[in-house]
Ligand binder design. Structure first.
Ligand code: AMP
Length: 224
């Protein structure tokens, strides 16, 4: 089972990717995670990638494309994979398509979590982390998961603890705009890659606006 998942930062792609991964039991290959692991280990690849990642830019295709294509050739990918965070532009989409074609591999599913840019931004900027449990969803901009209030202070809507914090990178509006600029670019960015796949295969579009559970259910229903 070979699956691609697309979705802007803030669309819940990571969470939904985990749901799909669980369903099919294939390795979840996340480009960003591979880069971060390499940076932490201080590998040559990590050192090369770091400057681009720190600037919020894409790591050059000359580094990213072979890294991912090699990863897909590893033994744990024999019975399939879920690719997340690649391709992120038209060049990468073409390279992946060519590699799949040459290896005689097919894509079983291409998933696109669709979300309006402004909503995606609000999701990121409104996200609050609960110190007791990271999985307690709180977002000051989403009514369904708004933190509760106690004595004029925001508290976790699940456990009531008052240690709600915002991640620094979630508050960096310029960085969010830069990443979204790449994603929503229909000329050569990620949406251009999505459209390229739409011209070749069926892409399952899932509305990312509802809550996490509703989106998961809709996605699983589409996967059949
Ligand atoms: P992510 O965790 O998916 O948001 O990725 C973190 C960073 O890794 C991105 O901001 C890029 O700098 C880099 N990155 C992730 N995926 C790709 C890709 N497909 N092509 C180039 N750079 C990437």
């Amino acid at each position: 089972m070979n699956i691609l998942i697309f979705g802007p930062n803030g669309s819940g792609k990571g969470t939904q990717g985990a749901v799909v991964q669980k369903r099919y039991g294939v390795p979840h290959i996340e480009t960003g995670v591979i880069f971060r692991e390499n940076i932490n280990k201080g590998t040559e690849l990590g050192n090369k990638a770091k400057e681009f990642i720190d600037r919020g830019e894409l790591v050059p295709d000359g580094i990213t494309v072979p890294m991912i294509l090699n990863r897909l050739r590893q033994v744990d990918c024999k019975s399939g994979w879920l690719l997340d965070g690649f391709p992120r532009n038209l060049v990468q989409a073409e390279a992946l398509w060519k590699a799949l074609h040459e290896a005689g591999m097919k894509l079983d599913y291409v998933i696109e979590i669709v979300l309006d840019r402004e909503i995606a931004k609000k999701r990121i900027m409104g996200r609050r982390l609960c110190a007791t449990d990271n999985n307690h969803p709180n977002n000051i901009f989403i009514d369904a998961i708004k933190p509760a209030e106690k004595d004029g202070k925001l508290v976790c809507r699940v456990c009531g603890c008052d240690k709600l914090t915002a991640r620094a990178d979630d508050q960096d509006e310029a960085a969010i705009d830069k990443r979204h600029g790449i994603y929503y670019d229909e000329k050569s960015g990620t949406l251009a890659a999505v459209n390229d796949f739409k011209a070749r295969v069926k892409v399952l579009e899932v509305d990312g606006a509802p809550g996490v559970k509703e989106v998961s259910l809709a996605l699983l229903a589409k996967l059949g």
